[in-house]
Design a protein around this ligand. Structure first.
Ligand code: ATP
Length: 260
């Protein structure tokens, strides 16, 4: 992947702008600074390698050179989108899942922000906001997708198993710029539905462990268990507790785990 091949592949997408880096600290950091400096809607930062790639709460996201897809998309929400921004992570996850479906894989979304293929993490999403007072001025939607085998971190560094498209396909995946085009194309069409029930339904249908017993581990150490029921309209997760009660899990420092 290089700037020329990327521009060629994305030429029909009407990007607000494009910045490509052979190597960068974090595409989200670059995009947040660009957004704060007035980037257009649908501007894109892409890097071949991230040296300081971030997951949620500054956990490290592994992006070695030459094998992963790492990008951050800047959104300037329109007035009708503003009430629905909590759905952005689902929108991005559905777009990534669609690109995996197109390759013949069976993706699932591990709420809130990971894409699993065959139960292993293949992509992660990090949505960050640039605030203007109480209102979101812009959003940065970061995504890392493991495309080729070397993009998978060493097993002993992981709390959850990981894989790559190449591993799961059993043969060479399409070029990364082509996968990116598929993700962004899907993103554009889901974005039109950000306020629609259809988006939440599709997101819910794609959830990993639906109908199964799961545990939610929060950063504070508390654990909640229940059957994974579905999603609330804002994208919060709904579990069914042991007394048939609904337990709503909001976005935050939470990890979802299946109970074997
Ligand atoms: P978990 O994945 O443990 O449920 P999480 O969803 O909070 O936690 P994220 O913030 O999405 O995790 O991602 C960061 C974590 O993902 C890291 O702590 C590391 O364990 C793992 N990780 C880092 N790079 C990759 C990668 N390229 N592929 C798969 N997993 C990765």
């Amino acid at each position: 992947m290089n700037e020329t091949s990327l521009k060629k592949s994305l030429s029909k997408l009407n990007l607000g702008g494009l910045r490509y880096f052979d190597s960068i600290g974090s595409t989200n950091d670059e995009a947040l600074a660009w957004a704060a400096g007035g980037a257009n809607d649908f501007s894109l930062v892409v890097a071949d390698e991230q040296t300081q790639g971030r997951g949620r709460l500054d956990r490290k996201w592994f992006t070695p050179a030459g094998s992963a897809l790492a990008f951050s998309l800047i959104l300037r929400p329109s007035a009708p989108e503003l009430p629905h921004l909590s759905r952005t992570v689902g929108l991005a996850a559905l777009s990534a899942a669609d690109s995996c479906l197109k390759l013949g894989l069976a993706p699932r979304i591990k709420w809130p922000n990971d894409i699993l293929v065959n139960g292993k993490k293949t992509a992660g999403i990090l949505v960050e906001t640039v605030w203007a007072g109480d209102e979101a001025d812009s959003l940065v939607v970061g995504m890392g997708m493991n495309v080729y085998k070397p993009s998978v971190p060493p097993m002993d560094s992981l709390h959850f198993p990981a894989t790559s498209l190449e591993n799961e396909l059993g043969n060479e995946p399409p070029a990364r710029e082509q996968i990116l085009r598929e993700i962004l194309t899907a993103f554009l069409s889901w974005r039109e539905k950000i306020g629609a029930d259809e988006l939440v339904q599709a997101w819910e249908e794609m959830l990993a462990f639906r109908g199964e017993q799961v545990q939610i581990q929060s950063g504070g150490g508390a654990h909640v268990t229940g059957r994974l029921d579905g999603l609330e309209s804002d994208g919060s997760l709904r579990l069914r507790g042991e007394h048939d009660n609904s337990v709503i899990i909001r976005f935050g420092d939470v990890k979802l785990r299946p109970i074997a």
